[in-house]
Structure formats: C-alpha cells, structure tokens
Design a protein around this ligand. Structure first.
Ligand code: AMP
Length: 144
C-alpha cells in the first residue's frame, strides 16, 4: 500500500499545525484536545520547519520544570524533520520510524503538507491487509 492510499483511509484529513512562536502550553492543549501525540510546525507560508511531540515536552518538563510551558515551540521542536511522499510504500515508513525512534511522519507533496501518519496508522493498515489476505486465502481453500 502506498502512503497516498493510507492517507485516504484516514478520517478526513484535518492537519493540525502550530507556529514556532506558540508556546508549549498551546501545544499541550492541542495534543490533549485532539488526542494526538505530535504536531507539525509550519512557517507563515505553510512550509514545514519542525515537529514537536509529547516526548519533547515531557523531556523539557523533566529538565526545566513547569516554567518551560511558557517557552516557544521553536526552542524545543525537532528541526530536522524526516517526511514521506505520497508514492512511498507505507510499510517502508515502519522501518524509518523504528530506526529513527520516532512515531510520526509528515507527508509532503510537492512542498505542501498533505497529512501526518502515526506509527499506529501504518501498523493498523498492515494488520488490515494481513487480515484481508488471510480471509482471501481461507476463501480459496474452502472453495468460495
Ligand atoms: P515521537 O516518537 O513521534 O513522539 O517523537 C520522538 C522524537 O522524535 C521527538 O523528539 C520528536 O520531535 C522527534 N520526531 C517525531 N517525528 C519525527 C520526524 N518525522 N522526523 C524527525 N524527528 C521526529
């Protein structure tokens, strides 16, 4: 399965982003409201400049305490974002995320952010496809 198909199966793609100037408090609120684990950071033109996840915020809290919540996203975000393109094979993302030890992958098409996939999205798609394959094989064995 390609990344484009995987994005199409997700509930219609509202892409949550924040700006570098927003605070960690803003991010915490959005992560909690949307029940997600990371948001992409964009500049005024919609270009991706970073990503910030719950792990980044937990690390800051451990290092600096609650006062870090009023600091700007740009001081905590990961700047070197690894992203996917729609034609990537979804299963390949699992290897990249596992090797890089991160669980979120923005999808960028021709410079435009078109979605974000979590490792859970990719694992679910893989399990669905294994289930479908098993059912097809069972059907063949039973002569349906
Ligand atoms: P996560 O597992 O997604 O919560 O992220 C773990 C760490 O990897 C955090 O420091 C994130 O900022 C960073 N991270 C998450 N996604 C990516 C990505 N696609 N590219 C680079 N770093 C990432």
């Amino acid at each position: 399965m390609h990344v484009r198909q995987l994005l199409d199966t997700k509930a219609k793609n509202f892409i949550e982003t924040v700006s570098e100037m927003q605070t960690l408090s803003d991010v915490v609120r959005r992560l909690a409201e949307l029940k997600i684990g990371a948001v992409v950071v964009t500049d005024g033109d919609g270009g991706v400049t970073g990503i910030i996840s719950e792990r980044d915020i937990v690390r800051q809290l451990a290092a600096k305490g609650p006062s870090c919540l009023s600091s700007a996203v740009r001081d905590t975000m990961t700047k070197n974002v690894i992203s996917a393109v729609p034609n990537d094979v979804a299963e390949d993302l699992l290897g990249k995320m596992t090797a890089g030890r991160f669980r979120h992958m923005p999808v960028i098409d021709d410079g435009t952010l078109i979605g974000i996939l979590s490792i859970g999205d990719v694992v679910k798609a893989k399990m669905d496809s294994i289930t479908a394959e098993n059912e097809a094989l069972e059907g063949m064995i039973r002569g349906f």
